[in-house]
Design a protein around this ligand. Sequence first.
Ligand code: TRP
Ligand code: SF4
Length: 331
Amino acid sequence: MKKGKILSGIRPTGALHLGNYFGALENWVKLQNDYDCYFFVADWHALTTGYENTSDTKSNISNLVIDFLSAGLDPDKCNIFLQSSIKEHAELHLLFSMITPLPWLFRCPTYKDQLAQMTDKNITTYGFLGYPCLQAADILVYKANFVPVGEDQLPHLELTREIARRFNFLYKEVFTEPQPMLTKAKVLPGLDGRKMSKSYNNTIALSDSPEDIKKKVLTMITDPQRIRKDDPGHPEVCAVYAFHKVFNEEEVTEIENQCRGGKIGCVQCKRNLADKMLTYMTPIYERRQEILNKPEYVNEVLQQGNENATKIARQTMEEVKSAMKIDYNLF
Ligand code: TRP
Ligand code: SF4
């Protein structure tokens, strides 16, 4: 017996990098064994900020599914689907938009933050303001029990719970309140020691080839105070060391000591890291090549996932419309 229903989504905005992977996907792969999982490509969410440039959306969607599968999501264990294939997300979003007070949306911290940060895009739109309401529909249409999210998404989950309560209060107990599932995400900095981010051009993608990974590791920023091998190092400021903590747990204490004592060179330390990373990443890369050899596979996975998701979403919408007494057909 599975321990409950889990739902989570990722926006298709380009190749997933290791920061994204360790922030979410790595955990999903474990969860699929114990929970009834629904993982989706949040393509409508991508439009809330990216409505102007949609030329890559289609390829981003299939690449994200390939990222999911190569990371180890198994369509025999979990449901992988595309948000825009399940029209019930949109229908429930519309109904929720009727009962969600505007102040709930305006006070969302992510709304204020992104509005202040994204000065290059016009996101003073209805869709952007309402995006947490769409997210509530994503979650509640499956009556998910748990939602694995990062800390930044907690306010959205709280809003989802408020919308569920408001609906249940106004009409009838249809929705269960989902719980956030916070995971201690392993934090990987970018190659330059800043946050790993596409906009800093400091990422390693899940789809990078073993050769690319090796090359990128050799460009990583280390402790700037180490010029010669016997200079005492400060691993806490070194991106390579942060990576060792994730990929090389067995040797991390030893590396720390050797670095502080000036007993290893940075190049040697990087080569060691690259080896450990390749042990981990090569199977992921090989799975990707297998998937790329089966051109119909991504479609098949999505079709099956969409079908399973649709069944639940339709059932919920029937309950919703009946609770609201708008389940009329023809007169
Ligand atoms: N809001 C999430 C993000 O932008 C993606 C997302 C959309 C999501 N709907 C969701 C996550 C439902 C969890 C549950 O990254
Ligand atoms: Fe970083 Fe390793 Fe060099 Fe120390 S020896 S500064 S941990 S790369």
